[in-house]
Design a protein around this ligand. Structure first.
Ligand code: IMP
Ligand code: MG
Length: 192
């Protein structure tokens, strides 16, 4: 790696930067336009999966011209490991009614697809007028459940990434870029 490339990596635990802050900014603007064009002035009820989607949701919603209601869901999934638990569970109930509403479900990353499909199934039971999904990142090659998002920030390769909301053991969420975590920092022996 050249000295110049190294200097741009903003955290020592990152192997490399995958998506820069500037690229995120540009994509947010385009995605905001895309979503605003889809819904127009029809109010949407955004359901964000926390903690991962916190940064993405906050930045994206401020770029929408569409009126918005917001609520959050918490889903159990990765714990302190890069290996997912097999069945994600919804841990927090929604606080607002979504029946007859246009719902936009937002998550940080679509990986195996388990998390999103479990949440989509739950939300459908509440009979929204429409239900679309939006993810910051899509690791298409990892899919185990047939599900695609209507709005995607970036399609990325099969690497474990952190930053801009994405974590490893709740760390690195506040990095401004999205980077690949050094492999020796994933799954430390005490968490095996
Ligand atoms: P899925 O259920 O396998 O689609 O996984 C979705 C969840 O796994 C996301 O909401 C993330 O919390 C987590 N996840 C998957 N891949 C990554 C990654 O590369 N970095 C950080 N978290 C990830
Ligand atoms: Mg996570």
């Amino acid at each position: 790696m050249s000295k110049a490339t190294k200097a741009r990596v903003p955290h020592p635990d990152l192997e490399r930067v995958l998506v820069t802050e500037e690229k995120i900014e540009a994509r947010l603007k385009a995605l905001g336009e895309e979503i605003s064009a889809t819904y127009g002035q029809e109010e949407i009820t955004v359901v964000a999966i926390v903690n991962g989607a916190v940064f993405f949701t906050a930045d994206l919603l401020r770029r929408l011209r569409t009126p918005v209601r917001l609520d959050c869901l918490r889903v159990s999934s990765y714990r302190n490991s890069t290996r997912p638990e097999t069945t994600p569970r919804i841990l927090d109930a929604l606080q607002i009614d979504i029946e007859g509403r246009h719902v936009l479900l937002i998550d940080d990353i679509l990986d195996s697809g388990r998390t999103l499909s479990v949440v989509v199934e739950e939300l459908r039971k509440r009979k929204p007028a429409s239900l679309r999904t939006c993810v910051l990142l899509d690791k298409k090659v990892r899919r185990e459940v047939a599900i695609e998002a209507e709005f995607v920030g970036f399609t990325i390769p099969d690497r474990f990434v952190v930053g801009y909301g994405l974590d490893f053991a709740e760390r690195y969420r506040n990095l401004s870029c999205i980077g690949v975590l050094k492999p020796d920092l994933q799954n430390p022996p005490e968490w095996a």
